[in-house]
Design a protein around this ligand. Structure first.
Ligand SMILES: Nc1nc2c(ncn2[C@@H]2O[C@H](COP(=O)(O)OP(=O)(O)O)[C@@H](O)[C@H]2O)c(=O)[nH]1
Ligand SMILES: [Mg+2]
Length: 360
């Protein structure tokens, strides 16, 4: 799962990347002119539960890939300034829009004051312009190709011509809820950012960790109106937390009254936004978490591991993490009649632990 982080300069994007991806990410940047990358393991209590009962050599959590896009700011209207940076987020699964809510005289805001609604509008405008800068020339190309009776170009053109008036009105493509699956496929092919699901992050001060301030609540209501998700966190504090060892982190979390580092709620919210869910494989060699779309069938889940396993799928032997917690071993699960044998049509359930039987 890949996420592109956008927002105005100095709102806390790099701090967030460092917080979520661990301290190593914090120092990979420099000047804020190049995109920073981080891979964040997603904490998962169920992985811990599984390894309490199944001895293994290696535990592999699912990961979140983060790309931090620097320097988005009023480009002067043509979207081209933003475009150079945004090329790095055209293939991500979701956008994380960081909004400054914290007050700090040591970190002057580019526009003088902290104003979430104004900032969100500025970035949204940049993103719409950046998509327009893709759609307009694409329409020219597609219409030329369509004249040559290229069927595929014709259907692309139809989608682009539906997108153009939305963007021309200054609206994100996701504001139209009626895109079909085929249309979304075309849109994804062009990497149009305003069609991607969006998670708004209110970067709050240390005195507002719950996100109760007027500023944070403003972000929340904008997120809801846009059909997006919302998380409040303090990026600076989280980045500091990431520097601690486990014991220090636990102590600091407790003193702050926080249940867990922000990567937990951040990742869970993203999974919900994207309609994703987990399954697990568990054996002597490794215990591993996999992310799949909700509603994926057993062969589709197998395909997340390897296309060969999907192609040669015979059946899936499944039990749930809850079964394992209750019966404590695979043998006991089998004896209790809780080991299921599922076929091609089986729809994966969140928290299934699976052995795939296949034939290539
Ligand atoms: N007080 C406070 N400062 C923050 C917070 N988040 C980031 N900062 C500071 O704001 C400055 C800019 O942050 P940075 O992450 O580099 O912003 P970026 O330009 O969006 O990548 C840095 O000095 C951070 O320490 C926060 O939640 N509270
Ligand atoms: Mg930065």
């Amino acid at each position: 799962m890949e996420v592109g982080i956008v927002g105005l300069p100095t709102v806390g994007k790099t701090s967030l990347l460092a917080a979520l991806g661990g301290s190593a990410a914090a120092h990979s940047g420099g000047g804020g002119q190049k995109p920073n990358l981080a891979v964040a393991p997603i904490p998962d209590p169920r992985l811990i539960e599984i390894t309490r009962h199944i001895q293994t050599k290696k535990v592999i959590p699912a990961t979140l890939q983060l790309v931090d896009v620097p320097g988005l700011h009023h480009s002067g209207g043509d979207g081209k300034g933003a475009n150079a940076f945004l090329s790095h987020v055209r293939q991500v699964d979701a956008i994380c829009h960081v909004v400054r809510c914290f007050e700090d005289p040591m970190v002057p805001h580019l526009d003088g004051t902290v104003n979430p609604a104004r900032d969100i509008d500025a970035i949204d405008t940049e993103l719409v312009l950046a998509d327009l800068a893709v759609v307009e020339p694409a329409i020219d190309r597609a219409s030329r190709a369509a004249r040559g009776n290229d069927r595929e170009a014709k259907s692309r053109l139809t989608v682009l011509e539906k997108a153009l008036p939305i963007l021309s009105e200054g609206l994100p493509l996701r504001s139209d809820k009626d895109w079909s699956k085929e249309e979304m496929h075309v849109i994804r092919g062009y990497g149009l950012i305003t069609a991607m699901p969006v998670l708004y992050v209110a970067n709050v001060g240390e005195d507002d960790l719950a996100g109760a301030s007027a500023n944070a609540q403003k972000v929340k209501s904008i997120a809801e109106a846009a059909g997006g998700e919302f998380v409040a966190l303090c990026a600076k504090l989280e980045a500091e937390l990431a520097e601690f060892d486990e014991a220090g982190r636990a102590e600091m979390l407790e003193s702050l009254g926080l249940a867990e580092p922000a990567i937990g709620p951040f990742a869970r919210t993203l999974l919900r936004l994207l309609g994703l869910t987990y399954f697990y494989t568990a054996g002597e060699k490794e215990v591993r978490a996999w992310i799949i779309p909700q509603g994926a069938t057993a062969p589709e889940a197998a395909g997340a591991i390897h296309s060969d396993i999907q192609r040669g799928f015979i059946r899936a032997e499944c039990f749930s993490v809850d079964d394992l917690a209750k019966h404590r071993s695979e043998k006991a699960i089998r004896e209790a009649g809780r080991l299921r044998s599922e076929g091609k049509g089986y729809v994966m359930q969140d928290g299934d632990i699976v052995h795939f039987l296949f034939n290539v």
